[in-house]
Design a protein around this ligand. Structure first.
Ligand code: FES
Length: 125
């Protein structure tokens, strides 16, 4: 069997397999020098968000996943994984939510396709 052609492959980059992210866990990956948290919620749905809390430079992938939210361990702000919006203070600005595609066992994230309109990350050339 041959590798999928460019046209058949999902947009973005391969980042991990579905099984590499545990239920209610997050995996930090880097795409062109930009850190992304791939998060699996309590129902097994996957999301890709910027891996930096909007309140400070804390890695959200180190936080707790509850339902469809992830909580920053530093000061407790909780972010909606679908919208990137903070649900609790002290964070008041959203984090970017990226297009994520599951293709069989593989997970692809397109950091150039931001679903919630948050400013694009600076990527390494
Ligand atoms: S650094 Fe995340 S809530 Fe303060």
């Amino acid at each position: 069997m041959s590798a999928p052609s460019e046209a058949e492959r999902p947009a973005g980059q391969f980042v991990c397999t579905v099984d590499e992210v545990g239920l209610k866990r997050a995996l930090r990956v880097e795409i062109d020098g930009y850190a992304v948290a791939v998060v699996k919620d309590s129902e097994g749905n996957l999301y890709a968000i910027g891996d930096a809390c909007s309140h400070g430079e804390i890695s959200l992938s180190e936080g707790d996943v509850e339902g469809r939210t992830i909580e920053c361990w530093a000061h407790g702000s909780s972010f909606d994984l679908r919208t990137g919006e903070p649900l609790t203070l002290p964070a008041y600005e959203p984090v970017p939510v990226f297009d994520l595609t599951v293709d069989g066992p593989d997970v692809y994230v397109d950091v150039k396709n931001i679903l919630n309109g948050v400013a694009a990350p600076e990527l390494e050339a």
